[in-house]
Design a protein. Structure first.
Length: 384
C-alpha cells in the first residue's frame, strides 16, 4: 500500500455475525449473498463467512462467481442473474449453479449440460422469475428428464410487509405458482433475505435463506412501537389482513467496515482565502487545514462535504469541494502530519447523514481503495 487510504475489515466480526445468525435462525442452507465484492468488503471475506456457518454463496454476475471460486474451490455458488447461454460451459467447469428466470431462458438452455439449476419464481416484484404455474410444472418435468440437476427454487420479496400486505401476497403467489409441483422433492427452497429472515417465520417447506446485509452487521432492528402507536399499528394490521411482523430481534451484530486515510499535508489558510474548486468555502478566520489522499474516485462522494471525520477520537469537518483524489479538513494544532483519519466507522450513521442506505454506502467505496483485513489482531492487505 503506497497511499495511506484503505478500508479496514474485521474478519472476526464477520465470522461472529454469521455464528450469531446461524445460532438464532435455524436453516439447513445459509446462502450468503456476497455480490458486489461482498457488499464492498472484498471477496476475501468469504472464507470467514464460511467459517461462521455460511454453506452456499450467491453473487449477481458470472464474473463475480468466478472471482469467488478463486477464493474457495468447493463451496457451491449460485448466480442470481441469468447467465448468457454461451458461457454456461464455465458454470459446468467451475461448479456455478445457474438461475432459470423464465421460459425464454429455459427454451434456449442446452438440456445436456451438466449443471445445477435453481428456478426463480416472481412473487410480485416483476424483476426475474416465473409467474405461471403451468410453465413451472413443465420446466420441472423437463429438467427431471435432462442432465441438468434441479437443485433449488426461490423467490425474492419486494417488502417485508411491515406496513403492507405485499409480503403476505408474495408468499401466497409463491405457493400458487409452485402449486403444481412437489416442493419436497426440490433439495433447497429459499425465499428470504435479511429483512424477511428476521421479521418472518418461514413456512415448513423452506429450508434455506439468503442473508446479505445482515452478515455485514446490519441487524434490521426496528423498535417495537409502544402505547398508542402499538394499538394503532395492531389495528392497522388486523384491518388490512397483514400477518404479524416481528420487529425486534436479539441479534448481536457489529459492522466490520471502516474507512481510513491520513493527513498527507498541512496548510495554513488566512481569513478570506478559499479552499478547493469553485472557491465556495472561504475561511472566516486564520485556520489550519489537513489534506487527505481520498476523493470521489475512491467513493467519498461530494455529499460528504461538511460531515465530520475523526483524528485521535476528535471530530473535524470536511471543508471545500471534495476533489477526485483529495479532500481537505479543518484541523487544529493537535493534529500532526501523517495522523490517521477515520473517515467513518459507523456505517448506519454516515448512511443516514448522506441520505443513502447502508447497501449504497458500502458498495460505493471503489476498488482503488485497498481492503486491509484484520484477523486475530494480524493484518493482511488485498488489492482489488
Ligand atoms: C435475489 C437476492 N437475494 C438476497 C439478497 C440479499 O438481500 P439483503 O442484503 O437485503 O439480505 C439480494 C440482495 O439484493 C438479492 O438480490
Amino acid at each position: 500500500m503506497y497511499r495511506n487510504t484503505y478500508a479496514l475489515i474485521d474478519l472476526d466480526t464477520l465470522k461472529n455475525n454469521v455464528k450469531d445468525i446461524v445460532s438464532k435462525y435455524p436453516y439447513k442452507y445459509y446462502i450468503g449473498v456476497v455480490k458486489a465484492n461482498a457488499y464492498g468488503h472484498g471477496d476475501y471475506v468469504v472464507n470467514s463467512l464460511i467459517e461462521g456457518g455460511i454453506n452456499y454463496l450467491a453473487a449477481a454476475t458470472l464474473e463475480e462467481c468466478l472471482s469467488l471460486r478463486e477464493r474457495n474451490n468447493s463451496i457451491p455458488i449460485l448466480c442470481l442473474e441469468p447467465i448468457a447461454h454461451k458461457y454456461l460451459n464455465l458454470c459446468e467447469s467451475n461448479n456455478i449453479t445457474i438461475t432459470i428466470p423464465d421460459m425464454d431462458y429455459f427454451k434456449g438452455l442446452d438440456k445436456n449440460l451438466n449443471l445445477k439449476a435453481h428456478i426463480k419464481i416472481d412473487s410480485g416484484m416483476n424483476r426475474l422469475g416465473f409467474k405461471d404455474k403451468n410453465e413451472v410444472k413443465n420446466v420441472v418435468d423437463e429438467l427431471n428428464e435432462s442432465s441438468i440437476a434441479l437443485e433449488g427454487i426461490y423467490t425474492h420479496f419486494a417488502t417485508s410487509g411491515m406496513w403492507d400486505k405485499h409480503w403476505d401476497d408474495g408468499l401466497n403467489n409463491f405457493k400458487e405458482i409452485t402449486s403444481l409441483i412437489d416442493l419436497s422433492k426440490i433439495p433447497i427452497v429459499h425465499l428470504g433475505r435479511s429483512l424477511t429472515l428476521v421479521q418472518h417465520k418461514m413456512p415448513d417447506f423452506v429450508n434455506g435463506v439468503r442473508p446479505g446485509i445482515i452478515l455485514y452487521g446490519f441487524a434490521q432492528k426496528i423498535n417495537e412501537p409502544t402505547g398508542l402507536r402499538l394499538i394503532k399499528r395492531n389495528h392497522y394490521l388486523k384491518k388490512n389482513g397483514i400477518s404479524p411482523v416481528s420487529l425486534n430481534n436479539d441479534l448481536n451484530l457489529k459492522s466490520a467496515f471502516s474507512l481510513h486515510s491520513e493527513i498527507m499535508c498541512i496548510k495554513d489558510v488566512k481569513a478570506g482565502e478559499y479552499i478547493s474548486y469553485g472557491a465556495k468555502y472561504v475561511a472566516d478566520e486564520d485556520i489550519k487545514i489537513g489534506v487527505m489522499p481520498i476523493g470521489y474516485a475512491d467513493g467519498l462522494s461530494k455529499n460528504n462535504e461538511g460531515l465530520m471525520v475523526k483524528i485521535n477520537n476528535k471530530e473535524y469537518p470536511i471543508v471545500g469541494d471534495i476533489c477526485m483524489d483529495m479532500t481537505m479538513i479543518k484541523i487544529d494544532n493537535s493534529v500532526k502530519l501523517h495522523d490517521e483519519v477515520v473517515i467513518y466507522d459507523d456505517i448506519s450513521k454516515r448512511a443516514k447523514e448522506l441520505g443513502v442506505s447502508a447497501y449504497q454506502l458500502l458498495t460505493s467505496v471503489t476498488n482503488r481503495v485497498p481492503r486491509v483485513y484484520k484477523k486475530e489482531d494480524k493484518f493482511t492487505e488485498i488489492k482489488y
